[in-house]
Design a protein around this ligand. Structure first.
Ligand code: URA
Length: 301
């Protein structure tokens, strides 16, 4: 962004481009498929009938807007973590008129034997596991809040209607595939770690983390946890706080098997990823969204 920004509270340039994702009104559709990885976004964009707008921002976001089955959609790559999800949801909300439907397609670690690598998890809700900085602080302001290394939140629901559509399109897409592709696992919870390493229970002898028990504690608190990643619970949380204007669901391919310490094979990703990407688009365009700018939008470059 080269333009002068105004408004320190919510920075935008004179044309209305928001600061981090660098898009303005008319460049993002009401239906958004979000992923972390730019390559994944570009691969999914091959399914679009047409691409009307594309931009990568210097802060690591990619927006591709076009039509799928004639309906405007945006595919947005946002990188990783709660913070990037926050930029993406708030800044998209600022430049889109009308309600927004968001489906996240990510990758995750699995905490359950029922979801081996190659499975796709569709959580019905999510929660967060946060490193408690005060536990690691020599001078915590309130010692009573410093006695546990990781904080586990309550849950935030996915949108039930979008989740049901997603389960249906994913099951149809993965039906009849080879053994290591699928199954679709539904009805459980996603946990967002605030990091890939310590908050997800990965052991790193180079650091003081006190995280040997974090997964055990998370599962004791939320026994139906299936997936562990860094974005989807934050998406559900922000949707819940968006005053009824954002509806969200998510799915994640299992890459890391945290039960048996395995990892997905690249040849399985090659088969799975395009099937899931298309199934997410199929669900997104079925969402009943009374969107103000859906018909006849002129995408501005
Ligand atoms: N993404 C994560 O955050 N964790 C994993 O284990 C795999 C993908």
């Amino acid at each position: 962004m080269k333009e002068t920004l105004t408004n320190a509270n919510f920075p935008q340039d004179a044309e209305g481009h928001v600061y981090h994702i660098n898009v303005k009104r008319g460049q993002v559709a009401n239906r958004i498929l979000t992923v972390g990885d730019h390559h994944r976004a570009r691969a999914i964009a091959k399914h679009l009938d047409q691409i009307d707008f594309e931009r990568s921002s210097q802060r690591g976001f990619l927006t591709i807007t076009g039509r799928y089955k004639g309906i405007p959609v945006s595919i947005m790559a946002i990188g990783m973590g709660n913070c990037m999800m926050d930029f993406f949801v708030r800044e998209s909300r600022a430049v889109v008129d009308g309600d927004i439907a968001i489906i996240r397609f990510g990758s995750c670690g699995s905490l359950t034997a029922r979801a081996p690598p190659g499975s796709v998890i569709v959580p019905k809700a999510g929660y967060c596991i946060r490193r408690n900085l005060d536990y690691f602080c020599d001078t915590p302001l309130n010692p009573a809040l410093a006695d546990t290394p990781y904080l586990i939140s309550g849950t935030f629901p996915a949108d039930a209607g979008i989740t049901e559509l997603l389960e249906t399109t994913l099951k149809a897409a993965l039906e009849g595939q080879q053994a290591d592709v699928g199954p679709v696992i539904t009805g459980g919870l996603n946990a967002d770690g605030c990091s890939f390493y310590s908050a997800q229970g990965r052991q790193d002898p180079q650091f003081w983390d006190d995280n040997q028990d974090v997964i055990k504690t998370a599962l004791a608190t939320h026994p139906t946890t299936d997936a562990l990643e860094m974005e989807t619970s934050m998406l559900f949380h922000l949707a819940q706080c968006a005053k009824g204007t954002v509806r969200a669901a998510g799915c994640m391919q299992v890459f890391a098997d945290r039960v048996n310490n395995g990892f997905i094979r690249p040849e399985i990703v090659k088969i799975l990823e395009p099937l899931v990407g298309k199934a997410v688009l199929d669900a997104l365009v079925l969402v009943d969204l009374e969107a103000m700018n859906e018909a006849g939008t002129v995408w501005e470059q």
